[in-house]
Design a protein around this ligand. Structure first.
Ligand SMILES: Nc1ncnc2c1ncn2[C@@H]1O[C@H](COP(=O)(O)OP(=O)(O)OP(=O)(O)O)[C@@H](O)[C@H]1O
Ligand SMILES: [Mg+2]
Length: 356
């Protein structure tokens, strides 16, 4: 059974539709991420699950029960928001205990549960401190402890790491994932950060303009994007106009640039037949080389344009015939320079194809 179900959900604010008819199943104990650009409706969906917003149409089910008319405090959910501030005049322990206040839990039990929650977020000794005496990352851990102390059926997290600096953010995502796995709580996580989504999720729900574009495991949405939007949002892709000439084997002809590309059928699930198609070439699968490629690898000549250093990798903008392409390659001892003539290597099995 799904822990959370959105059934034909629509959300309108006045005449503006923030969420178009959406149906979504969140499996029990899964870590599911709503991923998409600003304004695509992630928070709106989360707030409807939480009971902070009423859907205009449709039903929300938690553990199989319709909750449209169940108020927030009766839904047994844990919430952490980007700036869900702790109560500044309460101690950390009082903050964590707050969620238990309206529950039938004795004082002694509360102390034990607060201790367990602080242990879980690895801050066992800060119970007597006040929030302002903690770092941003520590405060977010306390917010998480407050959300999980009630043993929620579902944990709802809206960009909980976005206020943290880059290094801390990476540590916290490992930590958050560890805690989620440890307690096995169904989690709906909202982010617009694709690397966060790829690293943490069992399932990613890619959203655009109030619609679900694709639902899949991280490697699925990454390797087999269902749309041009998904291909571009998860990493950088080159998308080339092409022609499918042999459906079933999904052989795609992109005459101008790469010629005949035998895309595996599994990487083109939405191609329904021969005819117009789009070839998706991920920037990190396009390799610049000094020599032509070995047998079985496509090789085309190109000229390097802009070179953009990114630390461990370089982003090259190259011209191959009429096409402007981007390639992201790991840095080797001698990176390529602007103006240099190179060979672009591409393995057909690394490509995906979309309907044209
Ligand atoms: N209370 C409201 N009244 C009117 N429009 C709203 C309201 N809340 C959200 N919207 C609009 O609905 C759309 C979706 O908003 P939402 O907050 O769900 O986006 P989001 O995906 O969470 O974006 P972000 O990544 O910026 O947080 C936006 O266009 C927003 O302006
Ligand atoms: Mg939001």
């Amino acid at each position: 059974m799904s822990a959370v179900t959105l059934k034909n959900i629509v959300k309108r604010f006045g005449t503006f539709t923030a969420v178009h008819r959406t149906t979504l199943e969140i499996p029990e104990a899964a870590f599911v991420t709503l991923l998409g650009p600003s304004g695509c409706g992630k928070t709106t969906n989360l707030r409807m699950i939480a009971g902070l917003l009423d859907p205009t149409e449709g039903e929300i089910l938690i553990n199989g029960k319709r909750v449209n008319d169940v108020p927030i405090h009766k839904r047994n959910l844990g919430l952490v928001f980007q700036n869900y501030a702790l109560f500044p005049h309460k101690t950390v322990a009082e903050n964590v205990a707050f969620g238990l206040k309206y529950r039938d839990v004795s004082k002694a039990q509360i102390a034990g549960k607060v201790r367990d929650a602080l242990d879980l977020v690895q801050l066992p000794h800060v119970g007597e401190r006040y929030p302002k005496e903690l770092s941003g990352g520590q405060q977010q851990r306390i917010a998480l402890a407050r959300a999980i102390v009630i043993e929620p059926d579902v944990l709802l997290l809206d960009e909980p790491l976005s206020a943290l600096d880059a290094n801390l953010r990476e540590d916290m995502r490992v930590e958050l994932k560890r805690i989620q796995e440890r307690i096995g709580v169904t989690t709906v996580f909202v982010t617009h950060d694709q690397s966060e989504a790829l690293a943490m999720s069992d399932l990613i729900v890619v959203m655009s303009e109030g619609r679900v574009e694709q639902v899949g495991r991280p490697e699925e949405v990454y390797n087999t994007p269902a749309s041009e939007f998904v291909a571009n949002f998860l990493g950088a892709s080159n998308i080339l106009a092409a022609e499918c000439v042999e459906h079933g084997k999904a052989v795609v002809l992109d005459e101008a640039t790469f010629g005949r590309v035998a895309v595996p059928a599994a990487r083109a699930p939405n191609l329904t037949g021969t005819g117009k198609a789009k070839l998706v070439v991920r920037a990190e699968k396009l390799l610049l080389a000094r020599d032509p490629a070995p047998e079985g690898v496509i090789s085309v000549p190109a000229i390097v344009g802009t070179v953009d250093y990114q630390g461990q990798a370089v982003r090259y903008f190259v011209r191959a015939g009429e096409a402007q392409l981007q390639a992201i390659n790991m840095i080797d001892e001698r990176p390529f320079a602007a103006g240099e003539a190179v060979h672009l290597h591409l393995r057909p099995q690394d490509c995906a194809a979309l309907p044209g």
